[in-house]
Design a protein around this ligand. Structure first.
Ligand code: APR
Length: 250
């Protein structure tokens, strides 16, 4: 006999691919950021210690790109999902842009930090920041010129991991959008969710390193796949959502 239960708790993981159609470069594509910016120079604490001006310049450019970008239909569809979904929903993004929020989403968690935030390492406060850090501005709180980009660099601990693990443990559905599956701990979320019984869906331009771990993979641009999936979900006409069938009991 098949047991049906309502889908309530969703965790969505997004990566650079969801913002590609907004004109923000991904990392590992042929024209990706890591092609012309060595990771160890611009995305490690050691690189920052060695050449802070280089790192500040890199993120000043990123910040300007984010401010100039606009949400695309994928962000807007997830904004709608956030407004209309009455169950639990957590959008864990690896992206430092604010396009999820500008697309209308509220239940967003930036596990790798935010471009529009500066972190004072003297008084450990964080500040909304639209301007440049390259000129060594003073911290609005303590006045020290010790502001760094509020970004999680390689070798540093991603933010709010306990909340993410809690949500994965309760998820009925895990959806990954626009990520290559190249970076942990994010690349391991699909297995954690599946281990807790969640169905897993991948929406990506091309197969990722973790595609084989998903129950279902749909290939194409996020700007097309995500609105279609959200429509299905909210109209209740798609598997694996809104109500899911448990495997028939023996
Ligand atoms: N729609 C859907 N997917 C897309 C699109 C698109 N329009 N364009 C590209 N993609 C997919 C690519 O196929 C690729 O699998 O998005 C993925 C982007 O992969 P990466 O460039 O590796 O970016 P991401 O997975 O977000 O990187 C993870 O690595 O460099 C660090 O901290 C950085 O958060 C980042 C993390």
């Amino acid at each position: 006999m098949q047991v049906m239960h309502a889908l309530r708790n969703i965790v969505i993981l997004s990566g650079a691919g969801i913002s590609a159609e907004s004109g923000l470069r991904t990392f590992r594509a042929e024209d990706g950021l890591w092609e012309d910016h060595p990771v160890e120079q611009v995305a490690t604490p050691e690189g920052f210690a060695r050449d802070p001006a280089l790192v500040q310049r890199f993120y000043d450019e990123r910040r300007a790109d984010v401010l100039a970008a606009r949400p695309n239909p994928a962000h807007e569809a997830l904004g709608r999902l956030d407004r209309e979904w009455t169950g639990e929903l957590l959008m864990v993004t690896q992206n430092i842009d604010d396009l999820h929020e500008r697309g209308g989403a509220r239940r967003v968690l930036h596990m790798h930090g935010e471009a529009l935030s500066a972190w004072c390492t003297a008084c450990d406060t964080r500040h909304r920041w639209d301007g440049r850090l390259g000129d060594g501005p003073a911290c609005p709180d303590c006045g020290e010129a010790m502001l760094r980009p509020d970004i999680v660099w390689f070798g540093e601990m991603p933010y709010r991991m306990d909340e993410i693990f809690d949500a994965l443990a309760r998820a009925d559905l895990f959806v990954s959008i626009g990520t290559s599956g190249a970076v942990y701990p994010a690349a391991g979320f699909v297995q954690q969710a599946a281990a807790h019984g969640a169905r897993t869906l991948e929406l990506n331009l091309e197969r990722s390193l973790g595609s084989r771990l998903f129950d279902e993979t749909r290939l194409g641009p996020a700007g097309e796949l995500v609105p279609r999936w959200v429509d299905e979900l909210l109209s209740g006409s798609s598997g694996p959502a809104p109500s899911m069938a448990d495997p028939p009991s023996e």
